[in-house]
Ligand binder design. Structure first.
Ligand SMILES: [Zn+2]
Length: 67
């Protein structure tokens, strides 16, 4: 019985470490400060909420419509 509990704890520990590592993972690239398409400044809130964003909200929606 004790073995089963240990196994479960190891398992929980494993997934905890996994999710912590995922949270700590840095974005692949920093967010752009200026839009790649129109050179408008990207609001800091957007830079921070969208990791690795390249465009302002307007251009992003244009890009998504083009897709
Ligand atoms: Zn733009």
């Amino acid at each position: 019985m004790a073995d089963a509990v240990d196994f479960a704890n190891d398992h929980a520990e494993y997934f905890l470490q996994l999710s912590l590592r995922r949270l700590a993972r840095l974005p692949d690239k920093p967010s752009a400060q200026f839009c790649e398409d129109c050179d408008e400044a990207i609001p800091l809130a957007r830079q921070q909420s969208v990791a690795g964003c390249e465009t302002c909200i307007d251009c992003q929606s244009l890009r998504e419509r083009r897709r």
